[in-house]
Design a protein around this ligand. Structure first.
Ligand SMILES: NC(=O)c1ccc[n+]([C@@H]2O[C@H](COP(=O)([O-])OP(=O)(O)OC[C@H]3O[C@@H](n4cnc5c(N)ncnc54)[C@H](O)[C@@H]3O)[C@@H](O)[C@H]2O)c1
Length: 240
């Protein structure tokens, strides 16, 4: 039976690479994104484009109902949608803080709530992969505090759900990448970007396909025995 994967932020840099990788691995992908135009470019056999604002909990509930009606369950959820707002502390407007937490954390929380219900009757080890960030752990780089906090919250959710659902055979892990070349690079100036890339030990940014390969590994049978881990991908940049 074809496994069903839900990938959030599927129209973005990492989301496209993850969706394409999982389709190559034989999964059917339901791609969720607010960007209708970006989703249209993804449409192909094996990919359902589903436009949804993931900051809206009721819209998330509806889209998962639709997925259940069309596919009868979910085997894999990749919580990848996210962004990085760059206002400097303490001058972060309250609505920017709320939106940062909503896009990066609340979306993953509500998608996980919906997905675990649809995973209950599925076979094998089901998987949740949360795309976190090195920004939650490395304080030398530019990330602002609300972005860091949203990803730290996500990683605590990873551990809670991993423990809570271990005996139900739902494996939950985070992947926390450093600088990966996607449209998100546009949130910082070229100068800040160049300095951050210069800190990468290989002298280059990571590529979306390289991160997607790790998602693929966790989703594969080899990933069945990992749960509750935050996997840091950064070419060894922060080893002390
Ligand atoms: N690129 C990096 O260097 C890097 C590093 C660490 C972590 N990450 C994380 O990787 C994930 C993917 O980022 P990316 O680099 O591919 O960025 P991206 O901007 O290319 O993609 C993000 C996607 O999320 C979607 N999205 C944003 N708000 C949404 C909403 N309200 N509802 C539905 N979809 C929404 C966007 O439309 C976009 O398609 C993010 O969670 C980001 O924090 C990226």
């Amino acid at each position: 039976m074809t496994r069903i994967a839900v990938v959030t932020g599927a129209a973005g840099g990492l989301g496209r690479a993850i969706s394409n990788q999982l389709m190559d691995d034989g999964l059917h992908v339901c791609g969720l994104d607010i960007d209708a135009q970006g989703l249209r470019h993804m449409v192909c056999e094996g990919f359902d484009a589903m436009q949804v604002d993931l900051t809206d909990a009721s819209a998330i509930a509806s889209v998962f109902e639709q997925i259940n009606a069309e596919h009868g369950g979910v085997d894999v959820l990749v919580n990848n949608a996210g962004t990085c707002f760059m206002s400097e502390f303490p001058d972060i407007p309250a609505d920017e803080f709320d939106r940062q937490m909503a896009v990066n954390f609340s979306s993953a929380f509500h998608c996980s709530q919906a997905a675990v219900r649809l995973m209950q009757d599925r076979n094998g080890v089901r998987k949740i992969v949360n795309i976190s960030s090195n920004g939650a752990y490395n304080f030398d780089v530019f990330d602002p505090p609300h972005y860091r906090a949203s990803k730290a919250a996500m990683d605590t959710l990873t551990k809670d759900l991993a423990r809570r659902f271990a005996r139900d055979r739902i494996a939950v892990n985070s992947i926390a990448p450093a600088m990966t070349e996607t449209p998100l690079f546009g949130v910082v100036s070229q100068e800040v970007l160049d300095a951050a890339i210069a800190q990468m030990p290989h002298g280059r940014a990571m590529q979306p396909d390289e991160v997607a390969a790790w998602v693929s590994f966790l989703v594969s049978p080899a990933g069945d025995i990992s749960s509750g881990n935050v996997i840091i991908l950064n070419q060894g940049r922060d080893v002390r």
